[in-house]
Design a protein around this ligand. Sequence first.
Ligand code: GLU
Length: 369
Amino acid sequence: MINNYKKIVIKIGSSSIIDDQTGRIRTAWLNSICKNISLLIKENKKIVIVSSGAIALGRKHIGNNKNIRKLEDKQAAAAIGQIELAYYWQQSLKKYKIKCAQLLLTLDDSEIRRRYLNARKTIYSLQKNKIIPVINENDTVATEEIRYGDNDRLAARVAQMIDADLLIMLSDVDGLYTKRPQKNNKVKKISNVKKINPSIEKMASSKSSKFGSGGMATKIWAAKICMNSGCSTIIANGKKNNPLQNIDSSNSTLFQASTSPGNSRKKWILNHLHPSGIIVVDNGAEKAILQNKSLLPSGVTDIKGNFARGDILSIVNEKNSKIGIGVIAYDFSEAKKIIGKKSKEIKIILGYEGRDEIIHKDDLVKINS
Ligand code: GLU
């Protein structure tokens, strides 16, 4: 089921990675998933791990660990558990010669575009260097109002952020059932979903497992935002060892996206109704854009508007005809300084290493007028 996908975010729930009796890491399981991941990497797939388990690992060190409810206790448990969790991932991946890095994100890192671009750039840079990002929410500073709440949401946002084509959510259920399996014997498991409509949403119960906080409802929510971004989603039972190798239609539900992530990103750009400014390009840059190339500062003759990095701008040629639309890589004040200049001069002018492209080709949509 995973074969056709290239950029995969794997979300691991606390119930998969932590033994709910002992509160300890399931070492054999962890080693087996790392082995599965090593095989995917050999097939040139890009992998990002979103791992829960910090609070579940740390809670045994906090007072009455059975029932930690207070926010500060959860934050303290996460602070203890996260360092252990990262260590276990590092050690297990190392057995398969895989290097990893830790990213702790807060909600703003995906919701505020500037921070979103920063987080994305970091992940891309790690991937370029063949290092697997292991991501969790920064639970030690996240308060109820400003948190994802569960890693299903976080994983979906990460998948969107990096244009992943598949999100796998490993949990302790075999996917989506028509009704809650425990309550109803006449339940049927759904293997394939092409569209999340209200009847699919109704099937999801909000009950969660002992350690994790997300239930089926948040998984469906996550699948929905992924599908809108062209990313398919698998919800699978990951309890047994070799959880990725074992995914098949009997223990999972596949939510199949109908577009590709690249297309949906361009659609998102194109659908932007109110560009924040205008960028005027010379003939050479116009030709480059027509050939699907990036826009460099040297090809820009003027900019108008009040925009920040990550905003959407209209691109016009010297005759003032709109030829494209794209996401700008610089704030107005920075862009003003570098237009007409060579990319290698950016560092000297701005005092830091910026992007060579003022609008990267992945962030640019041509308009045929
Ligand atoms: N970030 C939490 C942890 O690592 C898990 C959140 C969730 O259960 O989805 O403990």
